[in-house]
Design a protein around this ligand. Structure first.
Ligand code: BES
Ligand code: MN
Ligand code: ZN
Length: 486
């Protein structure tokens, strides 16, 4: 991974990056004042160049200016937009891509650089992310970035926090990109164990099929029953001394979703290795909370199962008894996510009794139908909690939109033979899925948030800090939100 250092002045005469910003409509971009000026001659030269470059200063614009024999040898002008954190994140990702053939670059940032530095470091580390199982196409050459700041020591904690956030986002991307032939439930649980190992303050319990059976996790067992790789329930606990708030995070962990007996057609199944992106995000956020030492207790539950087609698969029309005793009638085995989440949530409410509960799930294709590919759908009864989480998600440069838990549709969840119908044919897909989950929140009903993040969990193209493939959506927003709880 890219090495990022804070320095008090350029150490090498190679490429120096100067940030530029918009000056107004139609006007050329101007240089952003930086904590350590690049030197009067370089500054004057860059200023004189700007009108001819036709740079507007928009975040992500990059222009190279060669200075044969000079120090620096190359000057790059980088648009950072209005210079807020996300502008820097987008700019830094573009910079990492533009610098793929460089091995080392130096960039100057403004004084008061906390937000800029956070965006810059995250953007560099996320924009340069690649998931590859082969060496074909090569790895990016860019190995080192020096960031010139006024006081490297004072900013070191900011850089460390940004690096942790980016590393955890990269971990979630890696887990989600991994082919399902590798990442069965047992493998996923083993990854969590190795990431948590060596930390006495992180506790991990993994339940296998026998324990799930003994304790009555009927939803996880039904969904996982068709696979040769049995289901697991990961329970990862970060319990710092003195924590006053206890948050439970729940993440959907379907390591592959064929749809089961209600099998998906080819195009819909193509990307179903990503159906554990919710579990990856909550696990990574919990590891991040521990790495950052956030003073809030976080218990993460990741129900893991592979939804397969086989002689032992659950059938449409089966009745499932969830943890805690509620039953559901399942007429579509492709609505499997809510079945495993229901167990985990009921367990959290009854046994862990947290203050707050948030679940992340690649739950419905309807998320993208309603909101497009970049917004998650967020549901909560609690306006303050919804606003807090939405605020944190937005501040972290991720996107979500609040959707209604419309009571009118609750009647569609009625079944003649069970407590609930899990895949009603009527009502908006993402909303009825949320309403189904709400039935398992008990007295946490108004202290719970459900996030359907099937759309933004994957990016079809390069966009800002996102590369093609898994995005790690949710890790940054959750960490930001957890940091506000004490
Ligand atoms: N994993 C899918 C949802 C999904 C679809 C995620 C597309 C990412 C991209 C989920 O298990 C599913 O199949 N949902 C069904 C629900 C329906 C059967 C009630 C859906 O959305 O069609
Ligand atoms: Mn499904
Ligand atoms: Zn699914």
């Amino acid at each position: 991974m890219l090495a990022i250092r804070l320095v008090s002045g350029p150490t090498r005469p190679d490429t120096l990056v100067l940030p530029v910003r918009p000056e107004g409509p139609g006007a050329p971009a101007t240089l952003v004042p930086t904590a350590v000026p690049p030197g009067d001659d370089v500054r004057a030269e860059a200023s004189a160049l700007l009108p001819a470059t036709r740079l507007t200063g928009a975040a992500g614009e990059v222009r190279e200016h060669l200075r044969p024999g000079g120090t620096p040898a190359r000057l790059w002008l980088l648009g950072v937009g209005d210079g807020d954190e996300h502008g820097w994140r987008v700019a830094a990702a573009a910079l990492a891509r533009a610098a793929k053939d460089e091995t080392h670059i130096t960039i100057t940032v403004p004084d008061e650089a906390t937000d800029a530095l956070r965006g810059l470091a995250e953007g560099l580390l996320l924009g340069s992310y690649r998931y590859r199982l082969t060496q074909a196409g090569g790895t990016p050459a860019l190995a080192e970035v020096d960031i010139v700041v006024g006081d490297p020591e004072a900013l070191a904690p900011t850089l460390a926090a940004a690096r942790t956030t980016a590393e955890m986002t990269r971990l979630a991307r890696d887990l989600t990109n991994t082919p399902s032939s590798t990442k069965n439930p047992e493998w996923f649980a083993a990854q969590v164990a190795s990431a948590a190992s060596g930390r006495a303050d992180l506790h991990l319990r993994v339940r296998g099929p026998e324990e799930l059976d003994a304790e009555g996790f009927g939803g996880i067992l039904a969904v996982g029953g068709g696979s040769a790789s049995g289901p697991r329930l990961v329970e990862l606990d970060w319990r710092p001394a003195g924590a006053r708030t206890h948050v439970v995070l729940v993440g959907k962990g379907i390591t592959f979703d064929t749809g089961g007996i209600s099998i998906k057609p080819v195009p819909a199944m193509k990307l179903m290795r990503k159906d554990m992106a919710g579990a990856a995000a909550v696990v990574a956020a919990t590891l991040g909370a521990a790495a950052l030492g956030l003073p809030v207790r976080v218990t993460t539950l990741a129900p893991l199962a592979e939804n397969m087609v086989s002689g032992s698969a659950f059938r449409p029309g089966d009745i499932i008894r969830h943890y805690g005793g509620l039953t559901s009638e399942s007429t579509n085995s492709d609505a499997e996510g809510r079945l495993v989440l229901a167990d985990a949530m009921a367990y959290a409410v009854r046994e862990l009794k947290p203050d707050l509960m948030v679940d992340l799930a690649t739950l419905t294709g309807a998320n993208a139908v309603a909101l497009g590919k970049r917004h998650a759908a967020l549901y909560s009864e609690n306006d303050d909690l919804a606003a807090d989480l939405l605020g944190a998600i937005t501040a972290a440069g991720e996107r979500a939109w609040r959707m209604p838990l419309a009571d009118d549709y609750v009647e569609y969840l009625g079944s003649e033979i069970a407590d609930l119908h899990s895949s009603p044919a009527r009502g908006a897909g993402s909303v009825v899925a949320a309403l189904f989950l709400r039935e398992f929140t008990g007295d946490l009903r108004d202290r719970w948030v459900h996030v359907d993040m099937s759309a933004p969990s994957w990016s079809d193209d390069v966009h800002g800090e996102l590369v093609k493939g898994a995005t790690g959506w949710g890790v940054r927003g959750l960490l930001r939100w957890l940091a506000t709880l004490g």
